[in-house]
Design a binder for this molecule. Structure first.
Ligand code: HEM
Length: 125
């Protein structure tokens, strides 16, 4: 299996685990299961660190093109939005419905944007 394929597999597995733990959390109202919430957060941090390392390595091979850079920035902002909306959901007792909506929409967009960014990187070689 090529390096790029391996990176895609690790990323997809990371997202699947985050989504599965997220759906698990959504099944119950607050207070959330602390163990599942911690796993959900740790997986998020691990995936973000992994993706940053991947992008830095790819950027060393050849500098990012303008389109690749824009894709990375959009993906980072979506990740930030997903983390912020998730943080609010886990901290606030009475959950504002729109934040809950946001934390359904932003994770989906984050996954989509990451997929597009990877597609740009795969197309490189
Ligand atoms: C530290 C950051 C994060 C925190 C504190 C957090 C927290 C939470 C909480 C409390 C829930 C339950 C929400 C509910 O009951 O409606 C949830 C659900 C979920 N989270 Fe996160 N989250 C974080 C990051 C992420 C990220 C980065 C993703 C994906 C890119 C993600 C994907 C999901 C999904 C898919 C759900 C299920 C939403 C649904 O009901 O459809 N979370 N998260």
């Amino acid at each position: 299996m090529g390096v790029t394929q391996m990176k895609i597999v690790v990323t997809v597995v990371g997202f699947v685990l985050i989504f599965v733990s997220g759906f698990w959390l959504s099944k119950n109202e607050q207070p959330f299961n602390v163990v599942v919430l911690t796993i959900h957060k740790l997986l998020t941090v691990a995936l973000i660190v992994y993706l940053v390392v991947v992008v830095l390595k790819i950027g060393k091979i050849a500098p990012l093109s303008r389109v690749e850079l824009i894709a990375c920035i959009v993906t980072s902002l979506l990740f930030l939005g997903a983390v912020a909306s998730g943080g609010i959901l886990s901290a606030v007792k009475t959950m504002p419905d729109f934040v809950r909506m946001l934390h359904k929409l932003l994770p989906a967009l984050t996954f989509l944007s990451t997929a597009i960014t990877f597609y740009l990187f795969v197309r490189r070689k």
